[in-house]
Design a protein around this ligand. Structure first.
Ligand SMILES: [Zn+2]
Length: 475
């Protein structure tokens, strides 16, 4: 997500602890503050994320979602079928899915009718026959209703928004459950096929590779295929009147779309640089991890944040109001490596997404002749009364998930690491990180271990001061 540049984001209390001393701190082998996921216990209604305990569901792992949706902008009604293939991690007499504000009309497991019940946003599915450990099963859920976003006091709203001529679905940390039943935590990544049927004349854009359209009786189905595993919050929909551009880059499809109410061509100009910016980032981070490119500019005043939705980031029209801004584009494209391909295991490690994407912004700005990375680092470092020193980016608190510290001090942590280990080792760390965890999940402990391994020396004190302590680390 792009940083809310003009908002106060920090909510943690300043403790002004002293800085870590590299010489006396033990080797940073693992983050001791949280039990490993597998020891956190089994909860059918959550995955044990310490910031969002009820996010996702325990007991199974989804491998694919096959979504077949029909949306009528005239009424705001969504009807859908979700065929979800999953494998159990234990014996289950019932399992949960996350589903917000929609009603289930039918459910089966492997073709046999199952019973369902709702407990708030938890959908509980009870198959006719209990599932056994290691069993792969397909549950098919028919559902419908008038979707609405999830309102959160801290994060604003996210999810399915009805717009003047269609809809937009997006949001972090949660949005998917507003338009399909889902195991809604980044730890459970899956493949997706998304087919959306809308009235003729409207576009229905989603993630991944376009797999054709088909028209019948005044309605058009748009089909999309996501072949690399995707975290649920990175699934997106944009339905409405859009200027859609299709092309190819590096042998892979490039699909961009701009809401037809967006005036001028600044947005289109900025999106047209997507291949160039991606190639720039690939020089430093290694090969682009996905099989499609793109971006969508939406026009609805409730959506004021860009989001790195996989292969096809969403940008609010306001991003390009002052010209063809490419800094936000660079940020969201950097997330394709950091956040989308290498995904969080737990939300507290959000700096692995936002710190890295912010650092990529700085690199792109330097490339564009708009100040150097070091100048940006120095300017932020000089502010000793800044809020970023009171919030440790490695554990910003649930309310601080999108705080300035996560973005800026997160990026500064990377630059300080670069100064510690030198350019060659630093970029080897970033490339190895992207390659080793491609299409997977990882933690801050995984990153610090990798950095130590490639640097060939302990960096525990360094990372502790930058990520976990309040107060400005010594340079
Ligand atoms: Zn971001």
């Amino acid at each position: 997500m792009a940083m809310r540049r003009w908002m106060a984001g920090a909510t943690a209390v300043a403790l002004l602890a002293g800085c870590g001393s590299p010489a006396t701190k033990p080797l940073f082998t693992a983050d001791p503050r949280l039990p490993a996921p597998e020891t956190a216990g089994f909860d059918p209604a959550g995955l044990g994320d310490d910031y969002f305990p009820t996010a996702g569901n325990g007991g199974y792992d989804v491998s694919s979602y096959d979504l077949n949706l029909r949306y009528d902008p005239a009424t705001g009604r969504l009807d859908g079928t979700a065929a979800i293939t999953a494998t159990t991690a234990r014996d289950l007499t019932a399992f949960h899915l996350d589903l917000h504000g929609l009603t289930v009309t039918r459910a089966d497991v492997d073709g046999t009718a199952a019973t369902t019940g709702h407990d708030g946003d938890e959908l509980v599915v009870t198959p006719a026959t209990p599932l056994t450990t290691g069993q792969t099963f397909v549950t098919t859920i028919g559902y419908g209703g008038t979707p609405s976003p999830i309102e959160d006091r801290r994060f604003g709203s996210g999810g399915f928004f009805r717009t003047r001529d269609g809809a937009v679905a997006m949001g972090e940390p949660a949005s998917a459950s507003t338009w399909f039943p889902v195991n809604d935590h980044p730890r459970d990544k899956a493949h997706y096929t998304i087919e959306v049927t809308v009235p003729d004349g409207l576009a229905a854009i989603s993630n991944g590779v376009p797999a054709g359209t088909s028209s019948k009786g005044g309605w058009t189905g748009w089909r999309w295929e996501v072949t690399a595993p995707m975290a649920p919050y990175l699934a997106m929909l944009a339905i409405g009147k859009y200027r859609v551009t299709t092309g190819e880059h590096d042998g892979r499809p490039l699909v961009t779309a701009v809401a037809d109410t967006v005036r001028g061509d600044d947005a289109q100009q900025a999106l047209a640089r997507t291949p160039e910016i991606t190639d720039f980032l690939a020089q430093w981070f290694g090969p682009y991890p996905f099989d499609a490119y793109g971006g969508v500019v939406v026009d609805d005043e409730r959506i004021d944040e860009a989001l790195e939705t996989q292969t096809r980031p969403i940008y609010p029209a306001s991003t390009f109001r002052r010209g063809p801004d490419t800094v936000t584009v660079a940020h969201e494209l950097a997330h394709q490596w950091f956040g989308d391909s290498v995904s969080l295991t737990r939300w507290r490690d959000i700096w692995l997404n936002e710190g890295f994407a912010t650092y990529a912004e700085w690199m792109w700005q330097e490339h564009e002749g708009d100040g150097t990375v070091r100048e940006r680092f120095d300017r932020l470092y000089r502010h000793d009364d800044s809020r970023i020193w009171s919030v440790p980016p490695g554990d910003p608190g649930r309310g601080g998930l999108f705080s300035d510290s996560v973005y800026q001090r997160g990026a500064m942590t990377l630059h300080a690491l670069r100064e510690q280990v030198g350019d060659d080792t630093f970029f080897a760390i970033l490339r190895t990180w992207a390659t080793a965890h491609r299409d997977g999940n990882a933690t801050t402990g995984d990153f610090t271990n990798l950095a130590e391994k490639l640097a060939g020396r302990p960096l525990g004190g360094f990372f502790d001061a930058w990520l976990y302590q309040t107060g400005r680390p010594a340079m």
